[in-house]
Design a protein. Sequence first.
Length: 309
Amino acid sequence: MTTRRALDGQVSALMTGLCAIWGFQQVAIKASAADMAPMLQLGVRSAIAAVLVWLLVLARGERLSLADGSWRPGLLVGLLFALEFVMVGEGLCHTTASHMVIFLYTAPMFAALGLHWKLPSERLKPAQWLGIAVAFSGIVVAFSGGSGGANGSSLLGDGLGLLAGALWGATTVTVRCSRLTDVPASQTLLYQLVGAGVLLIAMSAALGQTTINPTPSLIASLAFQVLLVSFASFLIWFSLLRRYFASQLGVLSFMTPLFGIGFGVWLLDEPLEPNFIVGAVLVLGGILLVSGYGWFRQRWGRWLVLRRE
C-alpha cells in the first residue's frame, strides 16, 4: 500500500501550474471556436490523447485487461465523460469561458451528494451540508446574472455548464463505486478518452460541425489541449493522487476556477456581472467547505492542540 505524504512547496507549485493549465483550457477552446467547433475540438483532442496514452501504456509494459469486468463501468464512465464534454462544447457557444469554468467546477458538490448516497464511509457531515447549501445559493445568484447576449452569458449556456458539472460528478461516483478503483489509472483514463473521442466526433459530424480552418492559433490551441491538458496534466494528477493526500490536493485544485475567470477576463475581455461575482464566491466557498472538510478539520485540530500547549 502506498503511503500518502503531506504536500511540500514543490508539489504546491506543481499543483499551481496544473490549475493554471486546467483554467486556461476553456479559454483556449472558446478562442478557437470560430476556426473549429468546440465539440469537435474536444473530440479530436480526446482521440489523439487516447492514442498517446495507449502508446505510453505499451512503452511502460503495462497490462490492460477487460477480463476483470471493468469494461462495464468503463463504458459508463466513457459515456459520462463524453456527455460532459458535449455540454461543455455546446455551452461555450452560448456563455463565457468564465461562467463555464465556475459551473463545471460544481462537480465536487454533485460527487459528494452521490457518494453520500452510495458509500457509508462518505456520509456528509453537517458542515458539508452547509457548504452544499451555500454553493447552491451561489448557483442561483450566478444564474440571475445571465445576460443572454451573443458575446456574454446566457441561461442556456450556464445551464449546460451546470449539467456538465453534474456529469463530471457522476463520473467520479462511478469510478469510486465500481471495479475501476482497482485498475490502473491509465486504463480508466483510456475509457474516458476513447468514449469522448468517438462520441464527440460522431456528434459533430451528425450536427454538421465539421468545418475546420487550420489557423496557427487553432493548431496551437489543439496542441495545448492534447499534450498539456488531456495527456500530461491528467497523468500527473493521477500520479499525485497516488502519493499525496487527496483532500489537500483537492483544496489546491480550487485555484482552477480563479485562473479560468482571470484568463477569460484578461484574454477574451469577458464581462464580469456583479451577480456572477457574488455567486462565484458563494459556489467556490461552499464547494471548498465540502471537499476540504477533512483538511480543515485536521488543521483546526492541530491549532487547538498547539493552543492548549
